[in-house]
Write a protein that binds this ligand. Structure first.
Ligand SMILES: Cc1cc2nc3c(=O)[nH]c(=O)nc-3n(C[C@H](O)[C@H](O)[C@H](O)COP(=O)(O)OP(=O)(O)OC[C@H]3O[C@@H](n4cnc5c(N)ncnc54)[C@H](O)[C@@H]3O)c2cc1C
Length: 419
């Protein structure tokens, strides 16, 4: 495997870039592994990588029904942050940000992690109080919440409508300077290449169609490319969690699947140098290195497994966008797409052993699983290797629903589409 470096770039430039090696192999699946990870998204690939790197478990296959990046890992708006209110969430996501900070070096792959900051605009004194409280909670846990006044926002993001007559006047904003963006599909490719280097088999175009069992114990999977047995089966299939669990005979589970859309505009000169979110509704926006504005809003609001959304939400997101940044009103939209979100009952993830013997589950990422990719992979690998949670994911097991210890950041109650 070629080490990616400035020297390798130079050397390959002289040979017309014809000698680059494939980033990961395309192996045939073996009949048996120690661990089979279902789902070649960010979480599945990161799990396989940390299983190999941290625990020396290399007889691992990642089984992906499409191509790497075809799921949410290649469809999100790339925001990485840890600006949460509840201590369990802050600790987990801050651990993730710390892993992000060294990820390009660790994987020898440029994931383009850019700590340009995430700014949440507040539009009323009540919302300002709520954000300041969140910032204080972050700081209490060693994080980096900073309150910005309207004048400071005017200097940082001049395009925001700060006029006193604005429909949603801005009163200030909470900035997390260490937050930012990363290149989403590079994260999948980087983890895939690094896992492959450790001997992990990444099997694309191979759909899991059922489970093999001995009594109650899950002992393998049936796939479109034959049966594969494994001592441990790990699910990291995001919006398809309920489908896979149904194949294992579990009909009721605290996850609902919903569509979330994302949008990219035509490229323009630099307009925003951080991620900005609009508190008057639900909108988040950043500018890609190519110049396009990348943004998204709320869920479409109905249950679906389709990777596309509908027009009412497009209209809603555009109206929020122009309320926040009036100057973009005449900008053309280039692309939009949808992804299937695994919305949990309390809006927090589930990284756990079970729910059946031999099975391990990673799900419930809602809108926010991209930023969690490193911490999720790390703690899920720990859980699979040791049969118990890592300290960062201990609060995020299934038992919280039995005990009523939910981690409900928004205080919305058991209505998945509201989290
Ligand atoms: C529009 C949009 C915007 C988002 N914005 C953000 C954001 O800004 N920040 C953030 O943190 N998060 C964001 N998210 C959420 C984030 O993308 C997801 O939570 C996260 O990517 C989910 O984990 P994953 O990468 O492993 O999922 P996926 O990439 O979806 O991986 C799951 C994989 O499982 C595979 N699979 C499913 N069924 C089977 C089967 N039967 N057999 C084999 N393979 C199977 C799928 O093909 C898929 O590749 C956004 C999501 C969307 C859709």
């Amino acid at each position: 495997m070629v080490e990616y470096s400035a020297l390798a770039l130079l050397k390959n430039a002289f040979t017309g870039n014809r000698d680059w090696k494939q980033a990961w192999r395309k192996p045939e699946p073996k009949p048996a592994y120690d661990v089979v990870v279902i789902g070649g998204g960010g979480h599945g690939l990161a799990t396989a990588y940390y299983l190999a790197k941290e625990h020396g478990i290399t007889n691992v296959a990642v089984i992906e029904k499409g191509w790497l990046g075809s799921g949410n890992i290649g469809r999100n708006t790339t925001i990485v942050r840890s600006n949460y209110l509840l201590p369990d969430s802050i600790r987990f996501y801050d651990f993730s940000v710390r892993l992000w900070e060294n990820l390009s070096h660790e994987l020898n792959y440029n994931v383009m992690f850019s700590q340009r900051g995430v700014l949440n605009l507040a539009h009323s004194p009540g919302q300002a109080d709520e954000y300041i409280r969140r910032g204080n909670a972050m700081r209490h846990e060693g994080g980096d919440g900073v309150w910005l006044s309207r004048d400071e926002i005017a200097r940082k993001v001049p395009g925001v409508d700060l006029s006193p007559n604005a429909r949603f006047p801005v009163v200030g904003g909470l900035l997390q300077p260490r937050a930012g963006t990363a290149r989403h599909d590079a994260v999948a490719w980087g983890y895939a290449r690094a896992a492959d280097r450790h001997g992990v088999d990444i099997v694309e175009n191979c759909e899991v169609t059922g489970f093999l069992r001995e009594g109650d114990i899950i002992t393998g999977v049936t796939t479109t490319r034959g049966e594969i047995r494994a001592k441990k089966i790990a699910l990291a299939v995001a919006g398809n969690t309920s489908r896979l669990l149904q194949m294992a005979g579990i009909d009721r589970f605290p996850i609902e699947s919903h569509v979330l859309q994302a949008f990219v505009s035509e490229s323009i000169k630099p307009l925003v140098n951080c991620v900005v979110t609009f508190g008057g509704g639900h909108l988040y926006m950043s500018q890609s290195d190519k110049g396009g504005l990348v943004f998204g809003g709320d869920l479409d609001g109905y249950n679906s497994y389709a990777q596309r959304g509908n027009l009412p939400l497009v209209e809603e997101v555009m109206s929020e966008m122009t309320a926040m940044f009036p100057a973009v009103a005449r900008l053309r939209l280039l692309r939009s797409w949808g992804g299937v979100m695994d919305m949990s009952m309390d809006g927090s993830p589930i990284i756990t052993k079970g729910p059946l013997p031999g099975m391990y589950l990673n799900s419930g990422w809602c809108y926010g699983g991209f930023k969690a990719t490193p911490a999720s992979g790390f703690s899920f690998a720990w859980t699979i290797a040791k049969g118990e949670p890592h300290k960062t994911n201990a609060p995020f097991t299934l038992s919280r629903f039995e005990r009523g210890n939910v981690i409900d950041e928004k205080g919305q109650g058991p209505t998945p589409k509201l989290h």
